[in-house]
Design a protein. Structure first.
Length: 269
């Protein structure tokens, strides 16, 4: 399973391909279960990196963020041994692990790691490394928003959105980071307009790439609407966000928690 474009040519199907298919179909529990079974069977080091990576992203998608950090560490150990510390795959795993740290409250660690990955990957001639830099930049946007550094998050998100290296998937999540930063600054009209753009970007993605961001646009839109005093509309969006999160991500995912928190704020309004 490649996270960005694939250069590899395979002469026969690998057993890890099914794990990637399950993840992209939103079957996170099944992907984790099959991945854990697979790592106990004979695999090449390349396949083992993929298996542990799918386990990690699937556990994270289910909201078990502390366990996801541990799974990423297993994936990193194999990736460093096989690919090396500076390979884009290893750097991408570092970036993804760092972003799970935010959900466990380890904000400073996430920031430091994302900054280190950006330094290691920025300006590379290799396209995959450039995409890693974008991914780690998105992690910085998210953690800055969580830390209340919304002006800094906005500037970083706008710069990243102007980068031609950003793929449609990254543009969509960076756009959501921009909306969060505007909501955090109480610039709700702007946030609402940018949330509409995020929705357009999400709808343009292939079906298999929308699942990890389930409920995110509704959540951002509902937050902006509440800030504008449009309480009934905000509740509709928050209800939709919670339903989407529960259907795709589970009750303990950080976004599900955020949707419940938004509903509590709406009830108190």
């Amino acid at each position: 399973m490649k996270f960005f474009r694939s250069r590899a040519r395979h002469t026969k199907p690998s057993p890890v391909f099914r794990l990637a298919e399950l993840y992209h179909a939103g079957q996170y529990a099944e992907a984790e279960k099959e991945g854990r079974a697979l790592i106990r069977s004979p695999l090449s080091e390349r396949e083992l990196v993929v298996a542990w990576t799918v386990i990690a992203i699937s556990v994270g998608a289910q909201g078990r963020h502390t366990e996801a950090v541990s799974a990423y560490e297993e994936a990193l150990a194999v990736s460093r041994a096989f690919y090396g510390a500076e390979h884009w795959q290893t750097l991408k795993l570092r970036s993804d692990r760092a972003q799970q740290l935010v959900a466990t409250g380890r904000h400073a660690e996430c920031q430091a790691e994302c900054e280190a990955v950006v330094r290691a990957a920025a300006g590379a001639a290799d396209e995959d490394k450039r995409l890693v830099a974008v991914a780690a930049t998105n992690g910085l946007v998210y953690v800055f928003n969580k830390q209340g550094k919304h002006v800094k998050a906005e500037a970083l998100a706008r710069d990243a959105l102007a980068d031609p290296s950003a793929t449609p998937s990254f543009r969509q999540i960076l756009q959501l980071g921009l909306v969060r930063s505007l909501n955090g600054q109480e610039r709700y009209e702007e946030a609402l307009a940018e949330a509409a753009t995020a929705g357009e970007l999400q709808r343009a993605l292939p079906e298999g790439k929308r699942g990890p961001d389930a409920g995110a646009v509704d959540l951002a839109t509902g937050t902006a609407l509440l800030g504008l005093g449009r309480v009934a509309e905000a509740r509709t969006q928050a209800d939709a966000a919670l339903a989407a999160c529960l259907a795709s991500l589970g009750p303990d995912h950080y976004r599900t928690v955020e949707a419940r928190e938004l509903l509590a704020r709406i009830d108190a309004a």
